[in-house]
Ligand binder design. Structure first.
Ligand code: MTE
Length: 342
């Protein structure tokens, strides 16, 4: 199902934006993309990180046309190139296939194996949906998803995604800049961080009936990170609604950080004074921190972070500082000891 509300956002940004602005935005994304890539992650004693599984998924190749998760149909072969050919060449890196993006997932609410989220999320209902805005803002409230999205201009954004587990993908997301939401809800000077929370529905999310993690899944950003133009609230991928396994109906994308910062199925965004206690930091503070910036210089205790494996490729690539987005985000961390603030 393509997102079909009657918003400007329903069409590709190339169709709604004056060409000069559009070209500039594209070159911004291209600059943001210049470099190399990846994202990843994985828990302590839990072991969802099986790179052999990645190889299996990749070798099967795209199976466009298949429906997975909540039945969002895959874009047909002939549609994908038409919409994304330009973005692919700008990034200079091939997009991962629909099949790879929607069947090789981390979403512990549906299980710990990479194939669990696509297999176990069929009962999850991402609509109707409400998003709560709370904390130090002038405009708190509970918004129906449609009202939450309505004022925003949606965009396609092709980003690298690097998991702390040392695998990566290139994904064509669809969403709007988080900074636009921040501006809209008017944080007060007391707001220093954002805390974002996933829905709790054990009846629809079998993983939440286990104690593999403490629920709900929580993530957070510093206010300046939330206002960085790269931070995106995504509602779609490959031009269709997010499938359940990718975080329907709303998730965070911060491409310079490890993938675990990308909290899925968000129901609450709280503007707070204190640094939020994000799920993986709380689960294993020795291995995970709050910032989770992609950093090839700082190894995870169980994975070297110097190289990564792009799903679909055999050879490992070098991991770039901030996942290749240093020019856009590096200044936010000037003077910080990035070996300490992992
Ligand atoms: N959000 C929730 N609620 N639960 C999770 O288990 N996993 C995170 C992140 N967001 C996770 C989550 C991790 S570890 C990664 S790498 C990304 O989602 C994976 O996103 P993808 O499956 O769309 O690639």
């Amino acid at each position: 199902m393509i997102i079909r509300s009657r918003r400007r956002s329903d069409v590709a940004s190339s169709e709604i934006t004056p060409e000069d602005v559009y070209v500039n935005r594209r070159s911004f994304i291209r600059r943001a993309a210049a470099g190399a890539a990846v994202a990843g992650f994985l828990p302590t004693a839990l072991s969802a990180c099986e790179t052999s599984e990645a190889g299996a998924a990749a070798s099967e190749g795209p199976k466009t046309g298949a429906a997975v998760g909540n039945g969002v149909p895959a874009p047909r072969d002939q549609e994908v190139p038409a919409r994304f050919r330009g973005m692919e060449s700008e990034l200079g890196e091939e997009l991962n296939s629909w099949e790879e993006i929607t069947t090789y997932n981390n979403f512990y609410e549906f299980g710990t194996a990479k194939s669990d989220p696509s297999r176990n999320s069929g009962r999850f209902r991402p609509r109707p949906w409400t998003v709560a805005i709370e904390g130090h803002v002038n405009k708190p409230g509970n918004y129906a998803l449609e009202d939450f999205l309505a004022p925003h201009t949606m965009e396609d954004r092709v980003y690298r995604m690097r998991c702390v587990e040392a695998w990566s993908m290139v994904v064509p997301w669809y969403g709007f800049p988080l900074k636009d939401l921040v501006a809209r809800v008017e944080p007060t000077s007391a707001a220093k961080f954002l805390e974002m929370t996933t829905v709790v529905r054990p009846e629809e999310m079998p993983g939440q009936r286990t104690n593999v993690l403490e629920w709900p899944y929580i993530e957070g950003l510093r206010m300046d990170e939330a206002m960085n133009p790269l931070a995106l609230l995504a509602t779609g991928v490959y031009g269709t609604d997010l499938p359940n396994q990718n975080g329907a109906p709303l998730r965070l994308i911060t491409p310079w950080k490890y993938g675990f910062k990308g909290v899925k199925s968000i129901v609450k965004i709280r503007f707070v004074e204190e640094m939020p206690r994000n799920t993986w930091w709380m689960t294993n503070p020795r291995e995970y921190g709050f910032y989770a910036n992609v950093n090839p210089e700082v190894d995870h205790p169980r994975w070297s972070q110097g190289r990564e494996r792009r799903i679909g490729e055999l050879r490992r690539r070098e991991t770039l500082m901030f996942n290749g987005y240093e020019e856009e985000v590096g200044q936010m961390y000037a003077g910080m000891d990035l070996k300490r603030w992992i």
